[in-house]
Design a protein around this ligand. Structure first.
Ligand code: AHM
Ligand code: MG
Length: 328
């Protein structure tokens, strides 16, 4: 089944999807399939390397960060149901049309920027919210809603295949882009994350800076079969959140980017609204958990668009253990 038919037939709590939301998700998928082609061409069309500019987070922008942002905005700007867009690459949200549509989109247009130039999987992460007051001009604060309010969330990984993973609050389904027909096809339904895990993903080079509960958890994993966990763990770290979380959704495990002492006033590296919230939504919909250490990520009430958060997500039993260690 192609993505358009899926959207037309999907029922969420016995309701068909509003046409405006279908139109919005279809436009988003088209923009991402266009981006997928650009990513695949890479150096052939001069896409690699730095753009020579910085974003609001003080990060150097790659050419593809800027192109991905522009492509998504152009692809969504004709959606009448959409009121506004917020992005990792823009300080402030922008209105779409009159700004009076029903939905808001937030995205990380190109996640895993450090992997662009080395031909490793990268992706686009998106979150969709309802605009609190439809038919009123767009206000920047309209975006500051807890992740539990998301209407839809998902990501596209540009890897060996281009894969779209999405949830509208009724489970998580996966679509594979057919590059011949340029259609996303449904290839996996109702993804589940096993409660137990033997694989973790964390940037180990930061271990000396982590808080004690995270150090304890990882030390116990590393102790393996003769340690308190009485089993061996495997480690993977791609350094693209989309690809690491995709692996967790496909075969289980945990992914962490915790707070660390290098910048103690920063809650974490990853951004709440367009990285942690959409991934947390997907993980919970697949039966896993997503916390900042103590609290469910989806319950955090945001105060600023680009705020950061400590992230631990994946297999329920492992995240419960991490929560216990943080509360001890
Ligand atoms: P980005 O959105 O600028 O690409 O940054 C987020 C990325 C995540 O995809 C990934 O988990 C993390 O940063 C990698 O960080 P590190 O450089 O510490 O490995
Ligand atoms: Mg990112």
């Amino acid at each position: 089944m192609n993505f358009k038919s899926y959207l037309a037939t999907l029922r969420v709590q016995d309701q068909a999807l509003p046409e405006g939301l279908q139109e919005l998700l279809l436009a988003l998928s088209h923009a991402c399939s266009g981006l997928s082609q650009a990513v695949a061409q890479g150096p052939l069309i001069g896409l690699l390397g730095s753009a020579g500019t910085g974003n609001v987070q003080g990060e150097v922008q790659q050419k593809l960060d800027v192109i991905a942002n522009d492509t998504l905005i152009a692809g969504l700007s004709g959606c009448s149901a959409l009121a506004g867009i917020a992005s990792e690459e823009m300080e402030l949200p922008i209105p779409v049309g009159s700004g009076e549509g029903s939905y808001l989109v937030l995205f990380d247009p190109l996640d895993g920027s450090s992997n662009i130039d080395v031909n490793v999987s990268i992706g686009t992460i998106f979150s969709i919210l309802k605009k609190p007051i439809p038919n009123a001009p767009l206000e920047p604060n309209d975006f500051l809603q807890a992740g539990s309010q998301q209407v839809a969330a998902g990501y596209v990984v540009y890897g060996p295949q281009t894969t779209l993973v999405m949830s509208l609050g009724a489970g998580v389904d996966l679509f594979t882009l057919d590059p011949i027909t340029d259609q996303f096809m449904l290839t996996k339904e109702s993804i589940r994350i096993p409660q137990a895990a033997k694989e973790f993903a964390i940037n180990m080079s930061n271990s000396r800076h982590w808080a004690k509960p995270v150090q304890r958890y990882i030390e116990e994993c590393l102790a393996g079969v003769t340690g308190v966990r009485q089993k061996d763990f495997n480690m993977r770290w791609i350094a693209s959140m989309v690809a690491d979380v995709h692996r967790v959704l496909m075969r289980g495990g945990v992914f962490m980017y915790p707070w660390d002492q290098r910048e103690p006033n920063k809650p974490g590296k990853l951004r709440l609204m367009y990285e942690a919230n959409p991934m947390g939504f997907l993980v919970e919909q697949a039966g896993g958990q997503a916390i900042d250490g103590k609290q469910r990520i989806l319950e955090i009430k945001p105060t600023t668009l680009h705020q950061r958060v400590s992230v631990m997500l994946g297999a329920g039993e492992e995240i419960e253990r991490l929560r216990t260690y943080h509360l001890a």
